[in-house]
Write a protein that binds this ligand. Structure first.
Ligand SMILES: Cc1cc2nc3c(=O)[nH]c(=O)nc-3n(C[C@H](O)[C@H](O)[C@H](O)COP(=O)(O)O)c2cc1C
Length: 264
């Protein structure tokens, strides 16, 4: 069935900056409600069909993201074809198997869930946009350092827009899944022809959303005192190499796959 609802009218929303009075907390509460309920699931209800309007509403949030030099170095491919979804899923499942064999010890999720996602958006960027950020382009060591930073600027920019899209999806009641697992060049080369992506364009991640297949659960969050520093870096929670290794060995799998209320 085709959705005939008109696409979002963007012109008025773009026309002016409309912030609440400083201190008015009403919109903050509404935003936090969405932020807290942006919860990852890795299996969706495959029978749900995302209304076309929702894709535009979600990507409208991405479009307003901040970016280095206001370059807006992002492109989004909405994948609706089930066969294409299945082919992309195959790569992730193969990666899952490879990781198991390579003994990475990373608790890799079940990527078969990708094919169940009604909302399926491939997030791309053009790494040549790094040239829009402060670089020398003279092949020097200094230039390499600036290029490394330029790459960070680009990745942070795309992540900022992607996060806005995830929040927009959550605000519409969807669960989400942010998948970066196959950034490697080999996987990129395999995916490009499936989606007609030019060689200059990189796939950075895949954004899945939809109604969950099972009841979602909230994952563990670090308490505020562990992340907030005032005026100087507070070393109370600073971890040694051993402590960090121990955290990865004993806690990582639990914070990834367990309900926060069930973690001691
Ligand atoms: C940059 C980034 C990369 C991620 N990559 C993957 C991934 O490759 N596979 C996966 O299953 N989840 C991935 N996730 C999802 C995280 O595992 C998830 O956000 C985290 O466990 C916290 O759970 P929550 O989203 O429910 O709060 C990624 C999330 C982010 C922000």
């Amino acid at each position: 069935m085709t959705d005939t609802t008109p696409a979002v009218d963007l012109t008025e929303a773009e026309a002016e900056v409309d912030l609440p009075e400083i201190g008015d907390e009403s919109r903050y509460e509404a935003l936090m409600q969405t932020i807290r309920n942006r919860v990852t699931v890795r299996k969706f209800d495959p029978d749900y069909v995302v209304p076309e309007r929702h894709y535009e509403m979600i990507l409208e949030a991405a479009r307003h993201g901040p970016s280095g030099a206001n370059a807006q170095p992002w492109q989004f491919i909405v994948v609706r074809d089930q066969d294409t979804k299945a082919k992309i899923t195959e790569y992730f499942v193969a990666e899952q198997r490879f990781r198991a064999k390579a003994k990475m010890k990373f608790p890799t999720p079940d990527y078969r869930g990708l094919a169940t996602a009604p909302g399926f958006i491939v997030v791309c960027s053009d790494m040549r946009w790094t040239n829009a950020f402060p670089v020398l382009n003279d092949g020097s060591d200094l230039d390499r350092m600036y290029h490394e930073n330029a790459e960070r600027i680009l990745l942070q920019s795309v992540a900022a827009a992607t996060m806005s899209a995830h929040l927009a999806a959550a605000s519409l009641g969807y669960n989400v899944w942010w998948v970066t697992a196959i950034g490697q060049e080999e996987a990129q080369n395999a995916m490009r022809p499936l989606l007609g992506i030019p060689d200059e364009i990189s796939v950075l991640d895949i954004f899945l959303f939809g109604p969950p297949a099972a009841k979602p659960y909230k994952r563990w969050r670090r308490p505020m005192e562990e992340i907030l520093h005032r005026d100087r870096y507070d070393k109370t929670y600073f971890m040694s190499d051993d402590e960090l290794d121990d955290w990865i060995r004993t806690r990582r799998h639990r914070v990834m796959y367990k309900d926060a209320s069930k973690i001691d």
